[in-house]
Design a protein around this ligand. Structure first.
Ligand SMILES: [Zn+2]
Length: 563
């Protein structure tokens, strides 16, 4: 009896200890959002600690630093694979698609950071482990790490929590990382594009929060919007992937999601489209418009935005915008569910995704990229769409006493209106077989940018005399207003054929590369988001002068070597 009693107490004691142990362990595996009942968001140290805790519990996770921020913080990348991989070549050898999730590019929009930590926990130790049978998953939970550490109650005050404040939109030097994909001036964007060059994700998902119109969706999304991206890529996203994910979000999670947009007037839309000043400042800067104006319009086609940039690299991409008036806990939940459904769709269609990407790359390498746009306009879908118009109320933030805007979650009115969700080119030119220019001091930045984008750059080892298309500049238009430290430039001109002598050392960029569309966008004289736009070629740009980069319209056979 006594012995039995003794054993029983040991048993009870043992059970007690293990309960306490697992309780403590579980606490360590909670995000700061969970630990604070969604009043606060994770700091950099919280994220790093969480990742470390995950690594104590799984051998399927490797962590690399994919670069450093302006202020010197390491940018963590979680690499999930089964069997584990540490290097891109191992990922390629596995033939599984690499799916990349990036959060916190705007560090005031913090739910993606918490959601990716929760998803990482489920992949490492929970119900999402089996995704690794079909996918390699990369997660960068805190891309704008410097901005994240500038948490304040004064940032994004209308957003419905977290009430403990959020970080800043910009990086430490005031640059918007989601406008830096083409010009690559921040260490963060250089690190990210370096990651693209090395890991080459088949799909990149970029997590944000809205702050525009009062609509009735929990989350909105955008695929690549630039029609220069391969039509098959756009068709896969718009006709297959996104509709299937939208259905499962409603069915499985009861979340309403749709293509990103804002309510606008037709007059305002036309004004913006015709403005050289490029007032369209993107996804989050537009004030809410009254819904009775009855147009739903998407944001911008230019590749300075990540979703459009990835499309020009021939890769799938989804922009996610949680609705900023949904409360913080709800935004974390909807973002987590959206990424979960993206994972599940990708796992189910892994072979199709891999085959699609290979087909696109093969065709681009064979010189299959033909016409490419240089000017664009918004285009409506064929039919009006029932857009959900939402309602909001004021909610007080008890920590700051400021008024936040809250979604009235189940009050929404389906309202038919034109959906300007697409872009079409209004002016196109043929993609040349190659671009060529003299290797002068003034072109050093151009060469550095091309290399940073992972583009193959060749240096001629012998002189070359060849017939080219040259662009004679008729007009140089410079924006009066500075944007991201630049006065954006737009050229007008005409082309002519001539025979030009290029000395040894001249630079040749063939478009027979997977990122042919990106090469075109960077180098074409009339591009609206290329080297011209961002002042990298300013000394050459004058009315009557010849643009320094020439087009070669037939196949090039010339001795050269890769830089
Ligand atoms: Zn954003």
């Amino acid at each position: 009896m006594k012995l039995a009693y003794f054993s029983l107490s040991l048993l009870l004691l043992g059970a007690g200890v293990s309960t306490i142990m697992s309780h403590t362990q579980n606490d360590q595996l909670k995000s700061r959002a969970e630990q604070t009942n969604y009043e606060e968001t994770s700091r950099y140290e919280d994220v790093m600690r969480f990742i470390g805790e995950l690594q104590k519990r799984t051998d399927k996770l490797r962590v690399e630093s994919f670069g450093k921020t302006e202020e010197g913080r390491d940018l963590p990348l979680m690499i999930f694979a089964d069997p584990p991989v540490s290097q891109p070549r191992e990922a390629r050898a596995s033939s599984k698609p690499v799916i990349f999730i990036q959060a916190n590019i705007h560090a005031g929009e913090v739910e993606g950071k918490e959601a990716t930590l929760h998803l990482a926990r489920r992949i490492a130790t929970g119900d999402l482990r089996s995704l690794l049978n079909n996918l390699i998953i990369l997660i960068a939970p805190i891309y704008n790490a410097d901005g994240n550490e500038k948490i304040s109650l004064n940032n994004r005050t209308a957003q419905n929590g977290p009430i403990g404040g959020v970080g800043t939109r910009e990086n430490a030097k005031g640059f918007d990382l989601n406008r830096d994909y083409m010009k690559l001036e921040t260490p963060e964007a250089n690190a990210l594009v370096g990651l693209f060059n090395r890991w080459d994700p088949s799909l990149t998902v970029d997590l944000h929060t809205t702050n525009g119109s009062y609509h009735g969706y929990h989350l909105t999304y955008a695929p690549t919007l630039n029609p220069n991206a391969d039509a098959r890529l756009i068709a896969f996203e718009r006709n297959k992937m996104l509709p299937a994910i939208t259905r499962s979000m409603l069915k499985t999670h009861k979340f309403r999601i749709y293509y990103y947009g804002n309510f606008a007037t037709k007059e305002r839309m036309n004004r913006e489209m015709n403005s050289f000043e490029m007032q369209r400042s993107g996804t989050e800067a537009q004030p809410a418009e009254k819904p009775e104006t009855k147009i739903w319009r998407t944001f911008d086609h230019r590749p300075r935005f990540g979703n459009n940039y990835c499309g020009l690299r021939n890769r799938l991409t989804i922009l996610s915008e949680a609705y900023s008036y949904l409360d913080f806990k709800g935004r974390v939940a909807v973002t987590e569910a959206f990424v979960e459904e993206i994972f599940k769709y990708s796992a189910l269609h892994a072979d199709e995704i891999t085959a699609l990407i290979k087909r696109l790359d093969d065709d681009a390498i064979r010189g299959g990229v033909a016409q490419q746009g240089v000017e664009f306009e918004l285009k409506a879908l064929d039919k009006p769409v029932d857009i959900l118009v939402g309602e909001v109320e004021k909610v007080k933030n008890p920590r700051s006493d400021k008024m936040m805007t809250g979604m009235v979650e189940n009050k929404f009115t389906p309202t038919p209106m034109p959906d300007y969700g697409l872009f079409a080119a209004t002016k196109s030119v043929a993609c040349p077989r190659a671009y060529i220019f003299r290797n002068e001091d003034g072109m050093k930045t151009a060469i550095a940018k091309l290399l940073a984008h992972g583009i193959a750059v060749e240096e001629l080892t012998e002189p070359l005399t060849v017939e080219v298309e040259s662009f004679v500049i008729d007009d140089v238009k410079k924006a009066a207003r500075q944007f991201q430290g630049h006065a954006e430039v737009k050229l007008k001109g005409h082309t002519q054929k001539e025979t030009v002598q290029f000395p040894a050392g001249s630079i040749l960029i063939r478009t027979s590369q997977p990122s042919a569309s990106l090469i075109f966008y960077l180098l074409e004289a009339e591009s609206d988001d290329g080297l011209v736009t961002w002042n990298f070629l300013d000394p050459y740009l004058e009315k009557g002068k010849t643009y320094p980069i020439y087009r070669l319209t037939s196949e090039v056979k010339a001795p050269g070597r890769l830089k």
